[in-house]
Design a protein around this ligand. Structure first.
Ligand code: CDP
Length: 576
């Protein structure tokens, strides 16, 4: 077992060490780990600071390297996993998010498949919209054969991912999208119904506003051949909607992405329409674009029940610079991707530790006060990172597509987008905080699959600290949460404490949505958020959530009903 050489500088939890050792730390050709966690942070800081050489002097590099190192080892900010894994190694690919086109020619489909393989091999996730493909059984002019259709081609992408472990370190992830007017939409909506079908894909339906309008008046909806424009079928909008709701209720997929809202905020509309997102939905991208992410541990900025705004501001400014540097420090799997990335320089700065921050502020997640605090926090981060990007543009120049293609950006900025809210699935374990803007999933849980077979056990440290402060004996609490995952039913715990430590399924979905909306308002990209529902939730609840998400002008929505799939990543409670 590795020892964290803390030197008072980095305090890593047991779980963080386990994750680092199994996947992040450099290894030699015999597979033996050859660096400590501190050396990993040094490697990353150094590689990312080297980018300064493109604009400054050698002396600056050392200064920035030290600043980055302090920020990382304080666990105030962590970049997405590929940056931690690959920075400073040979031919490093550092972005987590890619979108690739799928055009209706065999040659193009397989070119994208090849690129997807290269992206996944280097640790990135890929998103595709399959709507340009002609429908199943369509006639192929040259061969007189019949087309296989989007779902069949998606199978090939799914199989390829099974055999290409990301960066040799984790299972690959894909987003598959089909628009609501594609002739094969019914097959697509149901394609994950079978257990173990498309396990390497999240799927989403591309929804237009005019579909939602048709739905509201119980109108007809036309399915359109993507090549010829011919109407292939007329269905009731409600029929497709109900099919979506039923499938999402029974297994979590499909989610929705709202194409009109996404494109309303497309920062470079003359470069093309956005049709897809990365695997977890937080980054809508043009074909061949990539985005590198990083998240601030906001719980670390609560001092005496208040945000330390000046310290947070410094971290936002430094993290924005760090992420802009990552673009220079990264290699890309093709010239086309490299040119798109360098042209728009999208970055995605987000947050983790939101639930923990709220507990420390003594604000229950399911309260207007929490939602307003979220809005204030994200507005602050958005404004400061916009200013930082503007200052970088003065120093390094705006993103090259800015002059010709930028809409709604009146000041020259370095990065076409600055912010997004990622799931922080792994980096929140490293920072030992709650993930993203999610409420606590449970106060003690088993985390499956994360380490390909091994299991992490986690109990909520903030709760235990809080009990200590309030002079409440934690012994009974620990055995209760280890059994049930929640404080519910514990008579000895005051209701004010229970309110601060509610878990996701105890929180009404409307509060999940309000938090998503509050953060989305000040996020250039999108918010990855799963609305966790109790097992007893009904399809009508899923309908209400999906419909409200559109009304609230969110960019996308995903739900998950507890135990609706045999395999799930998180299990409430430790002892079963
Ligand atoms: O915490 P970490 O940086 O590992 O990642 P995350 O915030 O949970 O996910 C951010 C993005 O990384 C996802 O939206 C995907 O684009 C990508 N990802 C992936 O490609 N494969 C995974 N197994 C997990 C995430």
């Amino acid at each position: 077992m590795l020892q964290a050489k803390t030197n008072g500088k980095v305090l890593l939890s047991k779980n963080a060490l386990k994750v680092l050792e199994s996947r992040y730390l450099k290894r030699n050709t015999f597979g033996k780990v050859t660096e400590t966690p501190l050396e990993m942070f040094q490697r990353v800081s150094k590689a990312v600071a080297q980018a300064e050489l493109c604009w400054g002097s050698n002396t600056d590099v050392k200064v920035w390297e030290e600043k980055f190192y302090r920020m990382l080892t304080a666990l105030h900010f962590l970049p997405n996993s590929p940056t931690l894994m690959n920075a400073g190694l040979s031919a490093p690919q550092l972005s987590a998010c890619f979108v690739l086109p799928v055009e209706d020619h065999l040659k193009d489909i397989f070119s994208s498949l090849k690129l997807a393989a290269l992206v996944q091999k280097s640790g990135g996730g890929t998103g595709f919209n399959f709507s340009h493909l002609r429908p199943k059984n369509d006639l192929l002019i040259h061969t007189q054969g019949q087309a296989s259709g989007p779902v069949a081609f998606m199978k090939i992408f799914n199989t390829a991912t099974t055999y290409i472990k990301q960066g040799g370190k984790r299972r690959g992830a894909n987003m598959g999208i089909l628009n609501i007017d594609h002739p094969d939409i019914e097959e697509f909506i149901c394609c994950k119904r079978r257990e173990n079908a498309f396990t390497n894909f999240n799927i989403s339906i591309g929804i237009y506003d005019h579909f939602m309008n048709a739905l509201q008046v119980d109108g007809d909806w036309l399915l359109i051949h993507p090549r010829t424009g011919a109407i292939t079928k007329v269905v009731k909008a409600k029929h497709l909607w109900n099919l979506i709701i039923e499938n999402a209720w029974s297994g979590g997929d499909p989610g929705l992405i709202f194409l009109d809202t996404i494109n309303q905020f497309n920062p470079t509309p003359s470069l093309g329409t956005i049709e897809a997102t990365n695997p977890c939905g937080e980054v809508p991208l043009l074909p061949y674009e990539a985005c590198n992410l990083g998240s601030i541990n906001v719980a670390a900025f609560i001092k005496q029940k208040k945000f330390d705004w000046p310290a947070l501001e410094q971290t936002v400014i430094l993290a924005t610079r760090f992420l802009d540097n990552v673009i220079e420090a990264s290699e890309f799997p093709s010239l086309r991707i490299k040119n798109m990335v360098k042209g728009n320089r999208k970055i995605g700065l987000g947050v983790m530790g939101w639930a923990e921050a709220l507990s420390k502020l003594e604000i229950p997640y399911d309260s207007n006060h929490a939602v307003e605090t979220g809005r204030t926090l994200m507005r602050f981060i958005a404004e400061k990172s916009l200013t930082a990007s503007y200052m970088l543009a003065r120093e390094r120049g705006p993103f090259t597509n800015w002059q010709k293609h930028a809409s709604n950006q009146h000041i020259p900025v370095r990065n076409a987008t600055r912010t997004c809210i990622a799931p922080t699935g792994t980096i929140s374990i490293l920072a030992n905080t709650s993930s993203s803007i999610e409420p606590y999933f449970a106060l003690a849980y088993r985390r499956q699959h994360i380490l390909e077979g091994s299991t992490l056990y986690e109990s909520n440290n903030t709760l235990l600290e809080y009990l200590k402060q309030k002079h409440i004996d934690p012994a009974g609490v620990i055995s209760h949460i280890e059994k049930t995952g929640t404080l519910r039913g514990m008579k000895s715990i005051p209701s004010s404490v229970k309110a601060l430590f509610k878990t996701a399924p105890e929180i009404h979905p409307s509060w999940h949505l309000k938090h998503q909306k509050a953060f989305q308002e000040f996020t250039d990209n999108a918010v990855s958020k799963t609305i966790n529902l109790p097992q007893k939730a009904k399809p009508s609840d899923v309908h209400d959530i999906y419909f409200s998400a559109w009304e609230m002008k969110l960019k996308g929505i995903t739900i998950f009903r507890l135990n609706s799939r045999k395999k799930q990543v998180l299990d409430s409670g430790i002892k079963s």
